[in-house]
Ligand binder design. Sequence first.
Ligand code: AMP
Ligand code: TRP
Length: 326
Amino acid sequence: MTSAPMRILSGLQPSGRLHIGNYFGMMESALKLQHEGDAYYFIADYHSLTSVHDGRLLRDHVRNLAIDFLACGLDPSRCVFFRQSDIPEHTELAWILSTVTPMGLLERCHSYKDKVARGIHASHGLFAYPVLMAADILIYDSDIVPVGRDQKQHVEVTRDIAIKMNEAFGEGLLKLPQPRIREETAVVPGLDGQKMSKSYDNTIQLFEELPALKKKIMSIKTDSTPVEEPKPVEDSSILALYKLVAAPADYQAMVDDFQRGGIGYGEFKKRLLQATTDYFAPFREKRAEITANPKFVDQVLAEGAEKARAVARKTLARVRDAVGLG
Ligand code: AMP
Ligand code: TRP
């Protein structure tokens, strides 16, 4: 008997432009996994409503993220790529899940507390965010969820909710997913050395124009070690970012140069700028091609929605039946 292919699922919020932390933290491994199983990737626009309250802006972000995903190598012939709000079944399942979700489980979520601390409005939607995420994952009977480390707790909450559902309505009703975290890039540092994040204003965007990219890289925070002295390699954002975009031998050469002394941070930043530009050049070209063909993007999302919806409807019918709805 042949077993079913592994189902992989992940989503990204369209709440701003994609940055290097998103790319190396989540997107790159998600794109590799599209060759290893049955992949479902989506744009989490229902989730972004918890922080973006401007309809035009949200549509703009959705479109840009769709283009970014395709430019980075998402292959619509290998995976199902869709917009979350095209599948309203997610929200119905979220309601059903919310009725078995203990308040305490949500009260423990770091992400909610962090967002409120950063000034995001503490709405019911923001609090219930992990329940909608659980519905996203469970409605496709997902096996593996590739995410950055900050989303790991949400996948654990999803498992807890699935266990509660199975206890209440029958073992095997919902499948328990596993998070997949790539440890080496679990936290990509930003310009100031903290985690790269839109809300810390320390990001390098993937498709940044050259003058802005240069300005940002040149502004990376460094210590005041004089040029001639060896530089500390621990906790250097320059080295951490360079490792992501440079060939291993070039990375090793930079480590050696740090330890030898005699070269200033300005020179290291120039090398980082060059390597970053080179690394993303093919993506940039592809992005220009896709942008010139808006119909292609619409078509990919429409086809993705149709395929995703067929799966989501089936799971929801199974759950409605088990809980006694309809
Ligand atoms: P966000 O836009 O912050 O909601 O993140 C989208 C995805 O990118 C999630 O899977 C995050 O875990 C991942 N991610 C965001 N920032 C970073 C970072 N600085 N390092 C690693 N992964 C990140
Ligand atoms: N919460 C995720 C983030 O901020 C986005 C997301 C929504 C997601 N639903 C998901 C990720 C389901 C993985 C699976 O990045």
